[in-house]
Write a protein that binds this ligand. Structure first.
Ligand SMILES: [Zn+2]
Length: 362
């Protein structure tokens, strides 16, 4: 018999997460503890529950200033080795508690140098935290694996340096590269040297594209930079027309993205908060999944959006009626699209994901 789909049962299903920001996923209490330890005095409140609500409200407010302020606080308390180890280890524990079996968690090392850490020390600290978290989870009977994506910020000019850092640590937990930050005014082609270097090194990368900005950003990311995946990519909808009778017409770019099976790292709650989608029920993920684009379901910023992968699945189940077979499809999509080696991806799909869903489907 099939297990009823509830938030609780979704938590027991194996899930894969490809788009999650380390500095967007702290526990409110940890932000408070780290602020106290480091003398950071700009937090709006020192009550964990209130702070959690404040983060969500600020991210919900529609004001870019308030949204960016949320990251000023999390980044502000992540400037020491100890803080990075703790935040990374807790992220692993929180994801494992949500039933995530593999996650690619990303951050921009250049944001954590204010306390004097070098880029190498930052990567080493975060990897130490991930391994610590993985060990703690394994001891508690939950197996989870974390791969790191290093981001360069679009508005800074350090992408080649971060690309080199990515390659330097690729045998130590870093699986890929990304560029993040404001899309408008900072096209991905500004970082062509970084992408060329990564391709020469046979390294993997995704690009935040098609969230705030439309088709040109997606087109540049794929055709000029060579992105293997798209962070968000919701605006690919601008290249899809649906007639009144339901006939669908894909433009050349949308057709290319689907034909090439280019993964879309979709983040429903985050997209609603930033206005990239009007509601979960109207989120492009419904049509894109129906058209069999390579869609994956992600959190983006668990603290700011007060979300989990399970919560996103539950919301999608409510909006679109997705069942266990659909959730397995999203999960296998994500695993296939990860930057892990082929044999490791296959092992997780066959040994963990499919048996997990088979049990729920009954
Ligand atoms: Zn993101």
């Amino acid at each position: 018999m099939s297990t009823p789909v509830t938030l609780e049962s979704i938590r027991t299903a194996p899930k894969v997460l490809l788009h999650d920001h380390l500095d967007g996923g702290l526990r409110p209490q940890t932000v408070i503890d780290l602020a106290r330890e480091s003398g950071y005095d700009a937090l709006p409140t020192h009550d964990a529950e209130e702070l959690g609500v404040w983060f969500r409200d600020a991210a919900d407010s529609g004001s870019l200033e308030r949204y960016l302020e949320t990251f000023a606080h999390t980044v502000g308390v992540m400037q020491t080795r100890e803080a990075l180890v703790r935040v990374a280890a807790e992220a692993v524990e929180d994801l494992a508690a949500d039933g995530v079996v593999y996650a690619e968690v990303r951050y921009a090392p250049e944001l954590f140098t204010e306390g004097g850490l070098t880029l190498d020390q930052i990567v080493q600290a975060v990897e130490e935290g991930y391994r610590l978290g993985e060990r703690r989870c394994a001891e508690a009977g939950r197996k989870i694996r974390i791969g790191t994506l290093l981001c360069a910020m679009r508005q800074n000019a350090r992408s080649l340096e971060i690309a080199e850092l990515t390659v330097r640590y690729r045998d130590a937990g870093v699986v890929g590269f990304d560029i993040a930050g404001p899309e408008a005014g900072f096209p991905p082609t500004r970082n062509l040297d970084a992408f060329e270097y990564l391709r020469q090194q046979n390294a993997h990368f995704t690009i935040h594209a098609g969230e705030a900005f439309g088709l040109p950003s997606i087109w540049e990311a794929i055709q000029h930079c060579g992105a293997e995946r798209l962070g968000h990519g919701v605006r690919i909808m601008d290249d899809i027309k649906v007639d009144e009778d339901g006939t669908v017409h894909l433009g050349r770019l949308a057709g290319y993205v689907r034909d090439r099976r280019i993964p879309l790292e979709m983040c429903p709650s985050s997209n609603v908060q930033t206005g990239a989608a009007t509601s979960i029920a109207e989120h492009p993920i419904g049509l894109l999944a129906k058209l069999r684009f390579r869609v994956t379901v992600n959190t983006d910023n668990r603290l700011m959006s007060n979300c989990t992968v399970s919560g996103e699945f539950a919301a999608l189940h409510e909006a679109f009626g997705y069942d266990w077979a659909d959730m397995q499809w999203f999960t296998v999509n994500a695993m296939k699209s990860s930057f892990l080696g082929f044999d490791e991806r296959l092992a997780l799909i066959n040994d963990v994901i499919k048996p997990g869903y088979a049990e729920l489907i009954g």
